[in-house]
Design a protein around this ligand. Structure first.
Ligand SMILES: Nc1ncnc2c1ncn2[C@@H]1O[C@H](COP(=O)(O)OP(=O)(O)OP(=O)(O)O)[C@@H](O)[C@H]1O
Ligand SMILES: [Mg+2]
Length: 354
């Protein structure tokens, strides 16, 4: 897909933006001019949330009641408009193709977007939830029944947790049976996806770092046990604490770097490249498996990587078929593939340069 037109009002320092991006877009401006905010607007349009902050209120421009982001998108098979409306302390409003939508999943299907920013190392460094979200984004795009499977699993999980909290009189068997079926479906989809993803990430990791990067799926319960057995074994503890312990909601992607766990071992610079490799590998894999062309947002990469690593990074990016949005302080900081469009950001106003 391609984002053909982007309109933003009152998001962070951006007052009113209306731009027509091309395939490769360089966004330049001084510190605090609004470059990251512009990337954030695109991310909000594809995900319904920010990559910088968890809450939505901070996204709304000071002294304003709400913010909007609207995009005209051309997909492989259709074109349309998608939009997100944020209200201070209010719910998020999502529209796609002229209709209200209740979930951000519809945005993702219109605008698959990934970001590599100075905080990208969190993918390697932080808790499993970050990696589950990374993995599930890809599974969602490649396996079309995954969203339903994932929702079913979480629905049954909530019901089982409610039964656990309800006290010892509540029977768990009816939920356990459904939870096992749902967990198996989620696990199989994620595992199958990861099997295809791992070689792509290994290839990108080799190109970026010159090292061996391996990914392994951790299902969220002990190896060598069927899920039903793990659930059964955990029942006493689950009852005591009122929450289900084993399961795909505790899954993780183990990242190994030259046969050692990457977390807590590799340098911050390596973590960033490693995490960037995971994202680029995923974009390549999703493109190959589903034909989907994604949007890739690169924030401040020239400030993050030394000249040699930036060169290697950009040569991998150049080979991806993605729509690129890249921020930099100056026009000569990064060289983008052609055709290229340049936008200048100054105090929250965006104008086209070339
Ligand atoms: N809710 C908000 N309302 C108004 N301004 C905001 C809001 N949130 C952040 N800002 C301001 O927006 C400005 C631009 O921030 P942004 O992070 O987009 O800049 P940037 O161009 O990416 O800068 P840098 O080069 O330093 O990364 C900052 O001065 C920031 O304080
Ligand atoms: Mg910035």
């Amino acid at each position: 897909m391609s984002l053909l037109r982007l309109r933003v009002t009152n998001l962070r320092c951006l007052g009113a933006v209306d731009i027509e991006p091309g395939d490769n877009n360089l966004i330049v401006g001084e510190n605090a001019s609004g470059k990251t905010s512009l990337l954030e607007a695109i991310f909000v349009l594809g995900r319904g949330r920010s990559f910088r902050t968890a809450g939505r209120n901070g996204l709304i421009r000071d002294n304003q009641d709400g913010a909007t982001v609207v995009g005209d998108v051309r997909r492989e098979t259709s074109s349309g408009s998608i939009g997100v409306g944020l209200e201070r302390n209010g719910p998020i409003r999502i529209r796609a193709d002229g209709k209200d939508a209740s979930s951000a999943a519809v945005l993702a299907s219109w605008l698959p977007v990934q970001v590599i920013d100075p905080g990208v190392h969190r993918l390697v460094d932080e808790s499993p939830g970050v990696r589950r979200r990374y993995l599930d984004w890809g599974v969602f795009h490649v396996k079309h029944d995954f969203l339903d499977q994932w929702r079913r699993y979480h629905r049954v999980l909530r019901q089982r947790n409610a039964a656990l909290k309800g006290g010892p009189g509540n029977r768990l068997e009816p939920w356990d049976e459904q939870l096992v079926t749902a967990a198996e479906a989620v696990t199989e989809a994620r595992q199958g996806y990861l099997n295809g993803l791992a070689p792509e990430v290994a290839a990108v990791g080799e190109a970026l770092l010159g090292q061996r990067v391996t990914l392994k799926y951790r299902r969220g319960w002990a190896d060598g046990k069927a899920f039903g057995e793990a659930l059964h074994d955990a029942t006493d503890r689950d009852r005591r604490l009122g929450v289900t312990h084993p399961g795909p909601h505790r899954a993780d992607v183990a990242i190994q770097f030259e046969d050692h766990a990457a977390r807590g071992r590799v340098s911050r610079g390596q973590q960033k490249l490693l995490a960037a490799g995971l994202i680029l590998g995923q974009l390549r894999h999703v493109r190959r498996e589903s034909g989907i062309r994604s949007v890739l947002l690169l924030d401040d990469m020239a400030a993050e990587l030394d000249a040699q690593r930036l060169g290697r990074f950009l040569s991998v990016v150049r080979e991806l078929d993605v729509q690129l949005f890249v921020t930099a302080l100056t026009v000569d900081a990064v060289s983008l593939p052609e055709p290229q469009r340049m936008f200048h950001v100054e105090r929250g106003t965006v104008s086209k340069m070339v």
